[in-house]
Design a protein around this ligand. Sequence first.
Ligand code: NAD
Length: 399
Amino acid sequence: MATTPSRPLGVGLVSVGWMGRLHSRAYANLPLVYPELGITPRLVQAADTAEAGRAYATEVLGYDSAVSDYREVLANPEVDVVSICAPNFLHAEVGIAAAQAGKHIWIEKPVGRGAHETAAIRGAVIAAGVTSSIGFNYRQPPAIQRARQLISEGALGQITNVRGRFFGGFSADPQSPRAWRFVREQSGSGVLGDLMGHLVDLVHFLLGPVSSVTASTGTYITERPGLPGTPDEGRMLPVENEDYANMLLRFDDSAVAAGALGTLDASWLAVGPKAEYAIEIFGTEGSLRWDFERMNELELAIRRPGQSLGYTRLFADDTFPEYSRFQPGSGTPMGYDDLKTIEAKKFLLAATGGSSDNSTIHDALASAQVLTAAEESAASGQWVATPVVEGHTGNVKGA
Ligand SMILES: NC(=O)c1ccc[n+]([C@@H]2O[C@H](COP(=O)([O-])OP(=O)(O)OC[C@H]3O[C@@H](n4cnc5c(N)ncnc54)[C@H](O)[C@@H]3O)[C@@H](O)[C@H]2O)c1
């Protein structure tokens, strides 16, 4: 395989939680999966306020050093790109400072505590001229990439409606502690930002920009025990945001799905589903559906006059984008880490001036606007308009 000379790229990381570890593994995998790019990430410095996070960064992930103040990472001249994997309340503060420091950013969703914070980060990214990539990993499965191709080619005919559900059970236990996700000051919205944000981005990616929404939200576990090891241990404290949300939506005229309608739900309390992140798209000529719990499968039905056919289950294979980088033949599953490796590739390709189809801060604002509109609608009971964001990479007509 032809290779270009390797150019080490200095990586900084803010927060060494679940996502921080995953971003780090993705950087480590990148030169193994995409050697021809000649991009060799070097894990330079990580920041976490928790000692355990700092120790994990140096002893397990292999960062040269770890500090408690993220500003040291942003000031480090050996750091070229920064992964921002902090809780939501830090996204705007860190994202804006990173852009102002001239660092390219790969930032986790929901990119702030509402559209106003996402817009502020977007302003800083545009002003600094740095690259941005967003942790919208559900764009990356080969089955989803193939689904976008099929929709763009018109295989489903005119899109009539979309139904999406992002159902997780990771907060279903009422005794699971009141971590940052349940506190409005630290998280912003609840399941809207956490799961619905992914689903809205997936809808944008497959079908194009949404122009208006109406939504309802509910909180069913209204208090949780305080976090162990903190002054709140032993006390029950209020849950300050929603744990279920639903939404009706309409598409913009520029969207591939112009004229279609949609219904979306998200819950992190669902008993049964573990990560049932699923979408079903209907058109005049066919339908398709996908579920993250069966990430490597795409179900497709194409109308044949005079025949009564149901869905056909397709396994991802080397005809689907990216699949053959990971496995040689269909039926051998890719995993969640692989999605982040693809995301890292797209981010670093864009950060080094290459052509890339990475999601960007414009896509983050497009998703955040819909979530903020959903919150407004849940309060007012009205439909709320969501203007199209310039620079978004959603699926538009003629793309
Ligand atoms: N893309 C996805 O599918 C996905 C999945 C999970 C989480 N996320 C997002 O990733 C972000 C992080 O979530 P997580 O699940 O990794 O969180 P986590 O709770 O596992 O980790 C958070 C980390 O932040 C650290 N931290 C807290 N305050 C800090 C500070 N001031 N400076 C530096 N570090 C600090 C904590 O010590 C902890 O290590 C969130 O925005 C979340 O929405 C995205």
